[in-house]
Write a protein that binds this ligand. Structure first.
Ligand SMILES: [Zn+2]
Length: 262
């Protein structure tokens, strides 16, 4: 095998074997960028004091980058929460109230309450917590982060995305978004449209409702594929609207939360 081809094959193998964790780079950056465009002047100032010149878009992936550092391993379960298939709205909300293992819902609540109530937070903590909030509000809106426990939110449902091996989780983290071939600012420019009324409505709900929405979408996504399916143009055509809606709502709600906190 020629060296170039061998290198390419190795690269594909490495990419394909990498377990999916959360919205890829692009998804998180789009959510962060949209949020940045809907901040109040005061929130912008306060956030700049904490993050310096790091924009929300660029801070959004920090929580995935540090997964390589074992001292942050405790954060691994913070990115998602799983639900049994077919549970009712009441069961889902009750699960969120009672599940004490570190999950995306109770950890986001913790981070938010730290900003609200802990007057002794030092600058390092503030930076850590803010970066995590930006990331987790994004992940909450990725439907497969509210998927089923038995297949790790779709990670164990193998699929093909065009000619590459993938899985249901990864299709929603990365494949669909990357397929659009836009930078995060181009992507934001193309979907950041909402009325004041819509933003008000979206921002009036809490993280439990956001997870309920994600769960209900995830249930449909599970029903729409079978193991080994080859997803192509039609899947993109059918789901691009849902994908963009989740990214937009994630960004607008993140802005709402930060405007309220700062
Ligand atoms: Zn994540």
């Amino acid at each position: 095998m020629p060296f170039k081809k061998m290198l390419f094959t190795c690269l594909i193998w490495v990419l394909a074997s990498d377990a999916a964790f959360s919205w890829g780079l692009l998804g998180h950056r789009i959510v962060g960028e949209i949020a940045g465009r809907h901040l109040s002047a005061k929130a912008k100032r306060e956030i700049k004091k904490i993050l310096g010149n790091e924009t929300l878009a660029m801070s959004a992936n920090w929580a995935d980058f540090i997964k390589s550092d074992t001292s942050y391993r405790y954060l691994n379960s913070w990115h998602y929460v799983n639900f049994r298939p077919g549970i009712s709205k009441a069961e889902l909300l009750s699960h969120l109230q009672h599940d004490t293992t570190a999950n995306i819902y109770n950890r986001l609540n913790f981070l938010v309450s730290e900003f609200r109530e802990n007057k002794t937070l030092d600058s390092d903590r503030k930076k850590l917590y803010l970066r995590l909030i930006v990331h987790l509000v994004g992940d909450i809106h990725q439907p497969m982060h509210a998927g089923r426990p038995e297949d790790l939110g779709g990670n164990r449902i193998p699929l093909h995305w065009f000619y590459e091996p993938s899985n249901l989780h990864k299709v929603w983290d990365e494949d669909l978004i990357n397929y659009q071939q836009l930078s995060y600012t181009e992507y934001t420019n193309s979907i950041d449209f909402s009325s004041r009324q819509q933003r008000k409505e979206w921002q009036s709900t809490g993280a439990d409702e956001w997870l309920l929405e994600s769960f209900m979408i995830a249930e449909q996504l599970y029903a729409g594929v079978g193991k080994g399916d080859k997803l192509r143009y039609e899947y993109n055509f059918m789901h691009i609207g849902t994908l963009n809606d989740r990214l937009l709502k994630g960004g607008v709600r993140l802005a709402g939360l930060l405007n309220e906190l700062f």
